[in-house]
Design a protein around this ligand. Structure first.
Ligand SMILES: O=P(O)(O)OC[C@H]1O[C@H](OP(=O)(O)OP(=O)(O)O)[C@H](O)[C@@H]1O
Length: 286
């Protein structure tokens, strides 16, 4: 189990303990005395990865509601698991986001606040979803805010699907122009091909690719190559969710100069001189 659960009732924090029984089933307990009434229950579930993690969340909700008459319930779910499985892609596969949403919806949250969900399918599947936009996450980086104020960065959308988001980021950051890349992914094999620069003069520019997530990183290594071939001076990367399934070193070794990401998934202890972590707490409080 990897999820980190925190509970507040009317802005007071309550300690939660959890573990695993010998048979592998998880247990959970609120160790502070719960009140009989709370106007607002706020649960934050960070780095939820699987249904064991979901089960712990459901246990927490049940434990609180068993003791406390809760008026309003909010879930802060920075990383939405199965967000990428947002449709049927090949014959015989499953629309896993819809399956997960059907379970999450049983917990009856009045708001489910997700950072930068992968696609609009999240809002369609999850009841009362509140998407916190990419621009709100990204501008919590003091470094990036400063660079935007200096007009020192040109934004890059990694594919045409990211156009709506990059436009919102550009407006929020006060940036006038951005470059647009294209890529192709074979949904059956997951293989990436055909990176190309569709628009934008990047010669001599310091670039920031902006996307929702970095998994293995192939998208950004391929993109950096194309941008450097087109004359970019430097290529940095912002992703809201740093999954980094192949680590981060290979990105720095293959054309990425700096990475900015939030602690929605990346461990807050992750350290590298070319990496800046943006605290999700600051994003939720903003
Ligand atoms: O680090 P990587 O392994 O290269 O993956 C990162 C990319 O994957 C996701 O898009 P995806 O290709 O899944 O988008 P789609 O929903 O348009 O297929 C994400 O939005 C990134 O662009």
């Amino acid at each position: 189990m990897s999820v980190k659960l925190t509970l507040t009732l009317d802005d007071q924090a309550y300690a939660v303990a959890s573990g695993v029984f010998p048979d592998g089933a998880g247990w959970l307990k609120v160790t502070d005395t719960l009140p009989s009434f709370a106007r607002l229950m706020r649960i934050r579930a960070v780095a939820m990865r699987d249904m064991n993690d979901f089960m712990l969340l459901a246990q927490l909700v049940e434990a609180v509601r068993h003791q406390t008459d809760v008026l309003v319930s909010h879930l802060e779910l920075p990383w939405l698991p199965w967000a990428r499985q947002d449709r049927h892609m090949v014959a015989g596969d499953s629309f896993a986001l819809k399956v997960f949403a059907s379970h999450l919806n049983t917990l009856k949250f009045d708001k489910v606040k997700v950072l930068d969900p992968h696609s609009d399918a999240a809002a369609a599947a999850i009841d009362n979803l509140v998407a916190i936009g990419q621009e709100r996450c990204l501008l919590q980086s003091a470094t990036l805010s400063h660079l935007f104020q200096q007009n020192a960065l040109m934004l890059v959308a990694p594919d045409a699907g990211a156009l709506k988001k990059i436009d919102t980021v550009a407006r929020a950051a006060g940036v006038e122009e951005y470059a647009i890349l294209s890529k192709k992914r074979d949904v059956a094999s997951g293989k990436l091909t055909g990176f190309a620069l569709m628009a934008g003069d990047v010669r001599g520019r310091d670039l920031l690719i902006v996307d929702d997530l970095c998994d293995a990183g192939g998208t950004f290594i391929g993109s950096a190559q194309v941008l450097r071939d087109a004359g970019a001076r430097s290529v940095s990367l912002y992703v809201t969710h740093g999954l980094f399934s192949k680590g981060i070193e290979h990105l720095f070794a293959n054309g990425i100069d700096a990475i900015y990401t939030t602690t929605s998934f990346a461990a807050p202890t992750l350290e590298h001189p070319q990496l800046e972590l943006i605290d999700i707490d600051a994003i939720y409080r903003a």
